[in-house]
Design a protein around this ligand. Structure first.
Ligand code: SF4
Length: 449
């Protein structure tokens, strides 16, 4: 009989978590390849809001997002880690309750292998908790972890006793390391082959949305971001293959929403996103599209903005991060104010309302001061837009991680949690006062108009 592998998306341990089109896409690709190689695959997604064991969340979140497939996760408040005792926020395990997961594990056929993925480095307690549960139930199962924690904090990960630690998030690096145990995967040596399968969304019983990746990598190297650094180069899937996947998802899963996971969706757009948009316009599929990762303002053109509007791209995030030219340059030069303003104009001319354009500023980067934030906020307000502050989280391997001064934060990935960092770096009061300033200035601006 073929070998059985359990693929796991574990719980999230955090102060806050919300399903903003969040699916373990890499795990679903792996599931498809393993199935095609003859393995029996079971998926256990502890964050699946439609899992029969998932209780209803008390946090539906904003109605607009709820109507587009998003929603709050069920949470169990649990004692805070001792490092967080001074932080006045609840600490929770999000996802299907632990005892229900245990019950399910006891009922399934014991696997030879368990693969536990992970998204944020500081969510490793979920990977460790699941590993401990596996050890309680099946002594002999070999446990592998992958994802950003095992990649960026591999030394830290060694202490838990996992059988294998995958280092790397590039799919080919992952497959290469897995091939020593799963020999059938060894022919997958290029992206073309890796993306020749569809992610195994069929392993879910119900879906509100699917997610899609059209490219790998990012041409920029922002000083606070790990994404660009961990892929050897930029590679784009053929747009026709992406179009077929969108049509397939629509027809097979009856979804209305699809989120793109690309880091650089608009880069080299003539070969990829532009022809895809033109084809989507022709197909007239009644879908809404979302870009939870920000897009690069510098690659927006009038044509792209209009096509996005016509194809029903609903969630648009554009990150300016800071309005100061020197800071922009020193942190990676992905955007400047004139590029940003041009992109905003294109979207407004295409018919987007200013409320629909989600503009992000980065809060908490080491070395920034109050004036830097106030100037950035005022700049966005004066353009008639609403600034949103995204919280900096120090990521190992990035230049800005090295600029974090408290060594405890560098030593323990848990302290790299963005809310923990906000408090531990004593910037929470400034953050709250800036949020009040945004609300007040925005109100003033609207009154003036
Ligand atoms: S442009 Fe975006 S994805 Fe690319 S390195 Fe900068 S922050 Fe990361």
């Amino acid at each position: 009989m073929s070998k059985h592998i359990l693929l796991v998306n574990p719980w999230i341990y955090d102060f806050t978590a919300y399903d903003l089109w969040m699916k373990p896409l890499g795990l679903l690709y792996l599931a498809s390849h393993l199935k095609n190689s003859g393995y029996r695959v079971t998926l256990l997604d502890c964050m699946d809001r439609h899992h029969p064991f998932m209780p209803v969340s008390d946090n539906p979140g904003p109605k607009r997002l709820k109507n587009m497939g998003c929603g709050g996760y069920y949470r169990e408040k649990i004692p805070k880690p001792v490092q967080f005792l001074s932080i006045p926020r609840y600490w929770s395990r999000f996802g299907i309750p632990w005892d229900r997961i245990k019950k399910q594990l006891i009922e399934i056929e014991p696997p030879e292998w368990v693969f536990i993925t992970g998204i944020m480095t500081y969510w490793y307690p979920g990977q460790v908790a699941f590993f401990n549960l596996v050890r309680q139930i099946w002594e002999k199962a070999q446990v592998i972890i992958g994802g950003w924690y095992s990649t960026l904090c591999s030394e830290h990960a060694h202490q838990w006793g996992f059988d294998r630690i995958i280092i790397g998030v590039d799919p080919l690096q992952v497959i290469k390391q897995l091939s020593s145990d799963f020999r059938e995967l060894s022919p997958i040596t290029d992206y073309k082959k890796f993306f020749s399968v569809k992610p195994a969304f069929d392993l879910y019983t119900k879906l509100d949305y699917t997610v899609i990746l059209t490219s790998i990598g990012c041409p920029f190297r922002c000083t606070y971001c790990a994404s660009g650094r961990y892929f050897p180069g930029f590679w784009r899937r053929p747009w026709r293959q992406v179009l077929n996947e969108i049509i397939y998802d629509y027809q097979n899963y009856r979804i209305q929403d699809i989120a793109f996971y690309d880091d650089a969706l608009l880069y080299r757009t003539e070969d990829g996103f532009l022809p895809l948009l033109k084809a989507l316009k022709k197909e007239q599929i009644p879908l809404r599209f979302h870009l939870p990762n920000s897009i690069h303002a510098r690659y927006v053109t009038q044509e792209i903005a209009e096509l996005m509007r016509e194809c029903n791209f609903k969630t648009l995030r554009i990150s300016l991060e800071f309005s100061d030219a020197i800071i922009q340059k020193n942190t990676g030069n992905k955007v400047n104010n004139s590029i940003f303003e041009k992109a905003i104009q294109f979207f407004l001319q295409a018919g987007y309302d200013s409320e629909e354009l989600e503009v992000y500023l980065l809060f908490g980067l080491p070395g920034l001061n109050v004036k830097d934030y106030e100037d950035s906020i005022q700049y966005i307000i004066d353009l008639g837009l609403k600034p949103r502050l995204s919280l900096f989280s120090p990521l190992p391997g990035t230049p800005d991680f090295e600029r974090v001064t408290r060594y405890q934060i560098k030593e323990d990935p848990l302290l790299q949690n963005k809310i923990a960092y906000l408090y531990l770096s004593e910037q929470n009061e400034l953050y709250e006062s800036l949020q009040r300033k945004i609300a007040w200035e925005r109100e003033r601006y609207i009154e003036k108009e």
